[in-house]
Design a protein around this ligand. Structure first.
Ligand code: C5P
Length: 242
């Protein structure tokens, strides 16, 4: 089964819960994402453990600090065996370039992805922190900065993917959370698309959490999503980067 577009968010409170989940799926079915919660309790050793089990790990820590600190953090993340990592584009040009230069020196270079405007933000909140204007325009401007500084892609809402894909062509990667398989509960996500819709909009990688991690049979849900992705891919010829 080719689950290479699928990244399962391991949003668990302990390493043991995450271990119990990954024991039920295989690296051929999905890649995995370790975010702030799991990293805080399970630490770097767990990232290496996942990589040693054969999983491609997206280390979702959204680095944002002075250029030297972020560059060092990126080197350390690459050293853990992460396949993908991310930095916040609001860290600015020099920080993004420093991050990219740091991972360019690594032999198994991870993909470096930028976070633009968090999709949880509403227009008034973005304005409150000093970014004015249309949210979509902000996302596009920060994506241009990511592309210009040599990042490999951005995280974006599946609803922004079409607009970004028109301007930023492959292999620039679009990584989209907010995915809900047809018929599943949206939980606290508001603006969601199905896997097939997200692929049609130009997404490369789909991040899915609870619909898989909380399913009684995660393998079956992954199988259904991969089938849906394959059908959507059949309608276009775009190859995924990485
Ligand atoms: O369970 P669910 O599918 O909603 O999980 C989505 C994952 O993607 C979570 O790890 C969440 O933190 C992450 N994410 C998101 N929206 C963003 C960025 C990240 O849902 N804009």
């Amino acid at each position: 089964m080719d689950g290479s577009r699928l990244i399962v968010a391991l949003d668990f409170a302990t390493a043991d819960e995450a271990r119990a989940f990954v024991a039920r799926v295989t690296p051929a079915q999905c890649r995995v994402k370790v975010g702030l919660e799991l990293f805080t309790v399970a630490g770097p050793a767990f990232v290496t453990e996942l990589a040693e089990r054969g999983f491609d790990v997206f280390l979702d820590l959204k680095f944002h600090d002075i250029p030297n600190t972020v560059a060092q953090a990126c080197s350390r993340a690459a050293g853990l065996g992460a396949w993908m990592l991310n930095v916040h584009t609001l860290g600015g040009r020099r920080m993004l370039e420093a991050a990219r230069e740091a991972i360019d020196k690594v032999s198994r270079r991870p993909l470096l992805i930028g976070v633009t405007v968090l999709t949880s933000h509403e227009a008034h909140e973005v304005e409150e922190v000093g970014l004015s204007g249309d949210l979509g325009a902000q996302v596009e401007r920060l994506t241009a900065l990511a592309a210009d500084t040599g990042l490999d892609g951005v995280v974006c809402s599946p609803l922004e993917a079409e607009r970004l894909r028109r301007r930023f062509s492959a292999p620039f990667a679009l990584v989209t959370p907010g995915i809900r398989p047809t018929g599943s509960d949206r939980q606290d996500q508001r603006r969601t698309l199905t896997p097939a819709e997200a692929i049609a909009q130009g997404a490369d990688y789909l991040v899915v959490g609870r619909p898989v991690t909380r399913a009684p049979d995660p393998s079956a849900v992954l199988g259904a999503i991969v089938q849906e992705i394959r059908t959507a891919e059949g309608r276009q010829s775009r190859k995924i980067p990485g």
